[in-house]
Design a protein around this ligand. Structure first.
Ligand SMILES: Nc1ncnc2c1ncn2[C@@H]1O[C@H](COP(=O)(O)OP(=O)(O)O)[C@@H](O)[C@H]1O
Ligand SMILES: [Mg+2]
Length: 333
């Protein structure tokens, strides 16, 4: 299923004013070669936006290389991005090409760029500004022809003020800025997205979403944005393909147990418990989408791998993704 998902042609579904504006900006950015900064919460569609720009640009026949910056270990970030020569450090027994060289003639997508350490930021700046990189342990400068598209869900201006993010790199990146609003601010896109995901995942046996479920989906806040909606529809298709889906079916699937997740405040609740539940739910969702890959799940959640492991331990989520306290999250990986 995941492989199938990766191969599918990217499309940006939605007719809200927000999405129309994003589409206009994609068009604008596609006809230029300047860097792009894409902003928005996790799951709003930053990566597909970057891919769409690449595919509509003059570089479409070149590679589209994705780098997840939070997933780069600080000690290895430089060699991942820029490569290394043989013998550059202990264990570097072969010359290795980095992501920038891999993207030659195409586009590099630096996801969560705010997580790059300042030393590496300086090198990215040189690559953007001068089109030059240096392999770790190398003496020559290598010319690269790569377009940079970066994404962040952080308040990057604040990070530049506090000197966590280089101002000069920030000013370079904002050649084009595309802000993708969270799903809760464009709920009119939800029905169209549901239809789209049903046609993607139902394999000829679409479930019939009842009116009351649709109403619930429309009133929900979607903290995981389109990704969360996609996962929910995918599970509904798997479990209830060809059948009517009412609230009971959702509850049976463990999807609708968590009243506290709604925007509406429940009359009684314990903040700590609710936060724990929300954390567990989002972690399970991320693990499910990444098939249990902790590094990728951590990246998706915007936290470090170590942080996620610790949280999983505290919440009693096993490595395989099973919710050991049997909290009803039937998310299996
Ligand atoms: N407008 C949209 N139309 C169709 N699919 C979308 C849309 N927005 C997001 N998605 C899907 O949701 C998932 C998360 O999107 P992604 O681009 O990875 O988000 P982000 O990079 O912002 O976390 C992907 O599977 C993507 O295809
Ligand atoms: Mg992403």
């Amino acid at each position: 299923m995941i492989g199938y998902q990766k191969r599918r042609k990217p499309t940006l579904i939605g007719s809200s004013e927000c999405i129309k504006e994003v589409k206009r900006k994609i068009e604008e950015a596609s006809s230029s070669d300047m860097p792009v900064l894409i902003r928005g919460e996790t799951g709003v569609g930053k990566e597909i936006t970057a891919k769409l720009i690449h595919l509509a640009s003059g570089r479409k026949r070149g590679p589209f290389v994705v780098v997840s910056c939070p997933g780069l270990l600080p000690s290895l970030a430089r060699s991942e991005l820029f490569g290394h020569e043989r013998g550059a450090y202990t264990g570097a027994d072969k010359r290795r090409i980095g992501k920038f060289e891999e993207a030659e003639g195409g586009t590099i997508f630096l996801d969560e760029i705010a997580d790059l350490n300042p030393e590496v930021q300086a090198m990215v700046l040189r690559a953007v500004e001068k089109g030059e990189i240096e392999r770790l342990g190398g003496k020559e400068r290598i010319k690269v022809n790569v377009r940079v598209i970066a994404a962040t869900n952080k308040d990057i201006e604040k990070l530049t003020e506090d000197d966590y993010f280089r101002k000069d790199l920030y000013y370079r990146l904002i050649g084009h800025v595309i802000h993708i609003p969270p799903l809760r601010k464009r709920k009119e896109d939800i029905p169209e997205l549901i239809d789209h995901f049903i046609s993607l995942y139902s394999l000829g046996k679409p479930p019939v979403i009842s009116k009351e479920v649709l109403n619930e989906l429309l009133s929900y806040d979607w903290p995981g944005n389109v990704r969360e909606l996609e996962m929910m529809i995918r599970r509904i298709c798997e479990v209830h393909g060809g059948r009517r889906v009412g609230i009971e079916e959702l509850r049976d699937m463990g999807l609708w147990r968590e009243e506290g997740l709604r925007v509406k405040m429940p009359s009684q609740f314990n903040l700590k418990e609710e936060v724990k539940r929300l954390k567990r739910k989002l972690i399970m969702l991320a693990l499910s989408e990444t098939r249990g890959n902790i590094s990728k799940a951590a990246e998706m959640l915007g936290i470090s791998r170590q942080g996620l492991s610790k949280m999983m331990k505290n919440l009693g989520i096993k490595k395989g993704g099973n919710d050991v306290d049997g909290g009803g999250n039937v998310v299996t990986i």
